[in-house]
Write a protein that binds this ligand. Structure first.
Ligand code: TMO
Length: 314
């Protein structure tokens, strides 16, 4: 009897140490990676999935709302986020952090800007003298060059999908006293923003759209408008008057609190993972310029940048 007990306890000890946290292998349970609705994020999802798979992990992609994802990570439905953009999602992310269950997993090297701007030919054609200073927008002779059939005689700005940051831009336009001259419409998708650039140029009318960096438009002749500087608390959602532009923002990663326990190797790799402005711009360009599918873009990016990502796995 004593012998059997000794045998059982030895077995228990070896099983426990085998599955122990410190040097355990990653669980075979698929790592749940979210996809949203802009190109770099989707390509990077497949890039990271490919890196995890190269380490022997299983992965699963779920299309998730880009605000609700932080709550989904917090409660464990999604394992990671790889593009937490400060301007659009900082508030949802911080709210989830405060509730617990989600962990800040560090910053990418790239800094971000998410704001309204225009293709450089708008300035070259003299459609709004004084840009990129926002006060140029107060001039009726500027606004009239940006009208569209649906803008009620006002200049039109084309925002991205409303799920990204709600009424931030319409609020700002009103707060800055631009509401009599300008109206804000929401695009249904990122592709609608890029289509607007093409049609405005064809029609020779001015256009102001929402855009961001890193993106495929980096270095392709796009200028962001200089609004009054962002300061902590300046937005209406934070109690401010809304008379401010967007921050020089972070681009973070985040994980569910249990992810480093279930998948320690993948978690360590994600922690080291840091993409630059040009890495992320290239991921977007493979889709939006070269017209690859997101999956093919990720495969190509991984093949072209082996030395970059292999370093994260070591
Ligand atoms: C979140 N985004 C990059 C579309 O601004």
């Amino acid at each position: 009897m004593k012998k059997i007990i000794t045998l059982i306890s030895a077995l228990v000890i070896s099983v426990v140490s085998f599955s122990g946290v410190s040097n355990a292998a990653d669980s075979k349970k698929p790592i749940v990676i979210p996809t949203h609705n802009w190109s770099s994020q989707i390509v990077m999802a497949y890039v990271i999935g490919g890196i995890f798979e190269s380490m022997g992990n299983n992965v699963k992609y779920v299309n998730t709302d880009s605000q609700a994802v932080y709550e989904a990570i917090r409660i464990g439905d999604v394992d990671i986020s790889h593009e937490v953009w400060e301007s659009a999602f900082g508030k949802s992310f911080t709210t989830a952090l405060d509730k617990g269950g989600i962990v800040d997993w560090g910053d990418h090297e790239a800094r971000t800007l998410e704001d309204m701007g225009y293709p450089n030919w708008v300035a070259a054609k003299g459609l709004c003298p004084g840009l990129p200073d926002w006060t140029a927008l107060k001039n009726p002779d500027c606004a009239k060059n940006f009208t569209t059939p649906d803008s009620g005689g006002k200049g039109r700005m084309l925002e991205g999908p409303q799920t990204w940051h709600g009424d931030l831009i319409p609020q700002r336009v009103d707060a800055l006293g631009l509401g009599d001259l300008w109206t804000v419409k929401f695009a249904g998708s990122a592709d609608a923003l890029w289509a607007e650039l093409v049609s405005a140029e064809k029609e020779g009318r001015g256009t102001i759209i929402f855009n961001w960096t890193p993106n495929f438009t980096d270095g392709a002749g796009f200028t962001f408008i200089d609004f009054p500087p962002y300061t902590a608390g300046c937005r209406p959602e934070d109690g401010g008057d809304g008379k401010c532009g967007s921050p020089d923002g972070y681009l973070k990663k985040a994980v569910n609190v249990n992810f480093p326990k279930t998948h320690p190797a993948a978690a360590a790799t994600l922690k080291k993972m840091s993409f630059s402005t040009s890495h992320i711009g290239a991921m977007a360009a493979l889709v939006d310029v070269d017209k690859l599918t997101h999956e093919d873009a990720a495969k190509k990016w991984l093949a072209d940048n082996k030395s970059v990502w292999e370093a994260f796995t070591k």
